[in-house]
Design a protein around this ligand. Structure first.
Ligand code: ASP
Length: 363
């Protein structure tokens, strides 16, 4: 009788254990919620990426800045699978006609959006002609670590083999990626990632036009994957002293291109027109034709800040004892158009030559 009772209790316990384990196995498992997609804002400014030609074979004769941002977004398959996208049309221009006022408006909008919790990254569609200037300006005034990626294309949207849709897709991939945070403003074209400080347009028409001068590209974007290999050590974004709050325009800075058989006429004209700064694109190591140099010295005497840069396209413009005596600033490795951007921003803070030279040495 006793052994029967023991068997009964054992079977009952076994039944409870099996039932419990069945319960564990069959209990509904809470399904993993898919991670929310990053919120990416696309700010559109026009350029060839929004350009149109009468026929698909016309890749050089077209009108930049025709299509609007919603048309561009629709032209990229799968964009909605990588990010929550919204577009905003800030302008629709040929970037050759970029102005300081549009650049400031864009930078303010970028700062305003990135301050918000809901924006994870920004992509800016831009014409390629002055893209490097806008990207460098943003690199110096954006106050956020969140990714900001500037993108364009070399062929209009209507072209056979248009490069815009893949460039835009890659730019959104990059702006959505954690690895793009804190690297300064980035440029994404032709599957390459560039840093805003060093990138420059090197070919008038070819899709592989953007290069990092002496320093190469920072990485690649391939089939939705981001590969970084290096980053700039120069100050940018959250680590700069520049602030555009309340700024309506920028000090006037002209670029004067040096050449053999030079003169001083354009230097004098720039001073007369009210330039606060002159960037001289000199030969070799930023060298200046003797008569032009006299003009620049007189400009210095009138308080105009003179920066010696080089038309060569790579290498440092070295700071000499003569620069110290004459009060010339040297542009480091910045090309003339980038030196103009940095000088304009420097002049919003100071006209002290030593301070401006420090800025050129640090940025
Ligand atoms: N002229 C055009 C622009 O800069 C060239 C381009 O976008 O590629 O707007």
């Amino acid at each position: 009788m006793k052994s029967k009772l023991i068997i009964c209790v054992r079977s009952y316990l076994l039944w409870i254990m099996i039932s419990a384990s069945m319960l564990i196995i069959t209990a509904p498992v809470a399904a993993d919620k898919p991670a929310p997609l990053p919120n990416i804002k696309i700010l559109a400014l026009g350029g060839t990426i929004a350009g149109a030609a009468p026929s698909p074979m016309e890749t050089k004769e077209y009108k930049p800045g025709v299509l609007d941002i919603s048309t561009l977004i629709r032209s990229v398959p799968g964009l909605d699978r990588i990010a929550d996208i919204s577009g905003e049309q800030l302008a629709n221009i040929n970037s050759t006609n970029m102005t300081n006022e549009i650049t400031i408006m864009l930078a303010n909008r970028v700062n305003e959006l990135l301050l918000k919790e809901g924006t994870d990254g920004i992509v800016i569609t831009h014409g390629t002609d002055t893209l490097e200037e806008t990207a460098y300006f943003l690199n110096l005034v954006v106050k956020s670590d969140k990714p900001v990626v500037v993108v364009g294309s070399m062929r209009p949207a209507t072209a056979v083999s248009a490069d815009g849709p893949l460039n835009l897709y890659n730019a959104v991939v990059l702006a959505s990626h954690k690895a793009a945070r804190g690297k300064g403003v980035l440029v994404a074209l032709n599957e390459k990632i560039h840093g805003a400080r060093d990138v420059t347009k090197t070919n008038t028409t070819n899709v592989d036009t953007f290069k990092g001068s002496d320093f190469g590209c920072l990485g690649y974007i391939l089939d939705g994957k981001v590969f970084f290999y290096q980053t700039t050590v120069r100050r940018h974004t959250t680590n700069t002293e520049f602030n555009i709050d309340g700024l309506k325009t920028l000090p006037r800075v002209e670029i004067i291109y040096g050449h053999g058989h030079g003169n001083r006429d354009l230097v004098d004209a720039a001073v007369k027109a009210g330039a606060a700064g002159i960037v001289h694109a000199g030969s070799g190591d930023g060298s200046v034709f003797s008569i032009t140099k006299e003009g620049l010295l007189d400009a210095r005497g009138k308080g105009v800040v003179v920066v010696r840069s080089s038309r060569v396209g790579s290498g440092v413009v070295t700071h000499t004892a003569e620069d110290g005596i004459k009060g010339f600033v040297t542009a480091d490795t910045l090309n003339p158009q980038k030196a103009r951007i940095l000088l304009m921003l420097s002049l919003t803070r100071t006209s002290d030559i030593k301070e401006i030279q420090r800025i050129f040495d640090e940025y």
